[in-house]
Write a protein that binds this ligand. Structure first.
Ligand code: GDP
Length: 531
């Protein structure tokens, strides 16, 4: 991260765009709810909206939702906390690692890692962490469920340090645990935060202290626990590095907060931490040049496409991360892949309890753009400049199956359905050069099931998946003549993806090695950048 960058305009500088990474059951959903509670969204839900303007935009959107049958789940949520605007991007919940998860993490500037205090770093957390590490994303840690029997605090911190190879610095320190959990000592601000067990939604009592020796602590903490706390915090301060904001921004250090999401405890301290230590919107890699958030002109990229669940309509919502500028509703942007202008007249902003038409948005924000399939994952939108955001990969699928419609008369329908899912990024679809039918590729086995039931549900089309003779797919790159020559000589193995790009299918690593030897002009790659 470059420290010599100019200060961002205030509207951009206050934005924090992040995702939560965790293992199922650690408390992601609960924590999200509490974020929304403190983000004012829950009170907002019950508020009577008096302003004509607000009412109009809301009903506009509801009408649009009705007319078009768009149903968008909470893929991105925006809310304000103090002076900050938080954009929380949801990572897909199922345990199968998918490209979707990876791509979501390309749209954020930071991640909040939630771990269960009794379980520590679990498998899914580890995987997601590694994806964050690839991008040097800053990570803030929340150790949840401290109201239950948790592990020893030093042990938890050690485990994160060892397993994830990242420096950990305690931002708070728990006082007791399980039934005796009283709250935390806020190490960064020398405050005592006490949990209210009687009221789960109540903001904890917060007492300002003169440091660890402040005698007022004895009014709230029994002597044995107090002694232990003082000892532990002193030891932690000696053994562990102090919080270094730059190191956090570079992804080398993670501050850890302890709390209990279900009791709303520790959540505000974490939110303060995201505001204070979390990154502002970052520079976006693109070619032929990077895009800086403070640029006056708007640029953004599609990181997710969600198809409409209503089978009568075929509209989609493309989720766009704004990389620069100040977007206003009605703007005309250039769709770089097709070089065509696009009027963005119905963008959606996902304000926590309220989905609204986005009248405006800034670099860092996520907007939803309803469209008929023009917008695909990896597409860039600009005010005219031919920029292409990079770093949104498409992975070679690890599992391949051939697919047929239960009813052979419905082959055309099947093709349409498959193309839609390919555009959405839900699966790879390959059309073999020779023969009929399609081969579908996914990264996790669960995706076949999801795909099958969606095709049936959304297209009324029962389908059958069968084992394919192939197990690997590689995109073929090289000069046109070389690729053509290679294609003609290997017809049995060639298919085309939904963009029409040439893909080599095989079941043998040996084949791949042989081609690299026999066709030096041709390269086979396991990823392709989404176009
Ligand atoms: P997710 O799968 O990560 O989204 O986890 P959830 O938020 O759904 O939480 C999983 C379970 O843990 C639910 O039963 C929650 O009520 C419970 N839970 C979440 N936070 C806490 C906490 O701080 N303490 C306790 N005791 N339970 C919690």
């Amino acid at each position: 991260m470059d420290t010599n960058r100019p200060a961002l305009p205030a509207e951009i500088a206050r934005r924090r765009t992040f995702a939560i990474i965790s293992h199922p059951d650690a408390g992601k959903t609960t924590l999200t709810e509490k974020f929304l509670l403190y983000g004012g969204a829950i009170q907002m839900a019950g508020q009577v909206r008096a302003k004509g303007e607000a009412r109009r935009t809301r009903s506009d959107f509801m009408q649009m939702e009705k007319d078009r049958g768009i149903s968008v789940s909470a893929s991105a949520m925006s809310f304000d906390f103090k002076t900050y605007r938080f954009n929380l991007v949801d990572t897909p919940g199922h345990s199968d690692f998918s490209e979707d998860t990876y791509r979501t993490l390309t749209a954020v500037d930071a991640a909040v890692m939630v771990i269960d205090g009794a379980k520590g770093v679990e498998s899914q957390t580890q995987k997601l962490f590694e994806v964050c590490r690839l991008r040097d994303l800053p990570i803030l840690t929340f150790c949840n469920k401290m109201d239950r029997e948790a592990r020893d605090t030093f042990e938890i911190i050690d485990e994160i340090q060892e397993n994830l190879a990242i420096d950990v610095t305690p931002a708070s320190w728990p006082i007791g645990m399980g039934r005796d959990f009283l709250g935390c000592y806020d190490i960064l601000n020398d405050r005592l935060e006490l949990m209210d067990r009687a009221d789960r939604n109540k903001v904890a009592e917060s007492i300002s202290l003169e440091g660890l020796d402040d005698p007022r602590m004895a009014d709230h903490i029994p002597p044995a626990l107090l002694e232990k706390l003082r000892e532990e915090v002193e030891m932690a301060r000696e053994l562990m590095p102090a919080l270094d904001p730059q190191s956090v921004l570079e992804g080398h250090m993670t501050p850890i907060w302890f709390g209990s999401a279900v009791n709303s405890f520790g959540v505000q301290e974490l939110m303060n931490g995201i505001g204070t230590y979390g990154p502002e919107p970052q520079v976006q890699k693109a070619s032929p040049r990077e895009i800086a958030p403070e640029e006056k002109k708007v640029a953004g990229f599609v990181f997710k496409v969600q198809a409409n669940m209503d089978p009568k309509h075929r509209d989609r919502v493309a989720f766009v991360r704004l990389a620069s500028g100040h977007f206003e509703r009605g703007m005309k942007l250039t769709h770089v892949r097709t070089k065509k202008p696009m009027a963005i007249s119905n963008p959606v902003l996902f304000l926590a309890a309220d989905r609204e038409l986005a009248e405006e948005a800034w670099a860092g924000d996520i907007i939803g753009i309803p469209n008929h399939g023009q917008l695909r994952i990896g597409d860039t939108l600009t005010e005219g400049e031919m920029l292409k955001v990079s770093g949104i990969p498409s992975f070679a699928p690890e599992l391949l199956q051939s697919v047929r419609a239960g009813d052979p008369m419905k082959a055309k329908h099947l093709e349409k359905a498959l193309m839609q899912f390919a555009e959405e990024g839900a699966a790879k679809v390959f059309k073999p050069m020779i023969g009929s039918g399609y081969i579908v590729g996914v990264v996790g086995a669960l995706q076949f099931e999801v795909l099958g039931s969606r095709i049936e549900l959304e297209y009324g089309l029962p389908v059958r998946f069968d084992a394919s003779q192939f197990t690997s797919a590689r995109w073929v790159h090289g000069p046109r003549d070389a690729v053509e020559k290679f294609t003609q000589a290997n017809k049995q193995h060639i298919s085309y993806d939904h963009d029409g790009d040439v893909v080599y299918l095989t079941r043998l690593q040996w084949d791949i090695d042989r081609i690299e030897r026999d066709y030096p002009d041709v390269t086979l790659s396991a990823t392709k950048e989404m176009m």
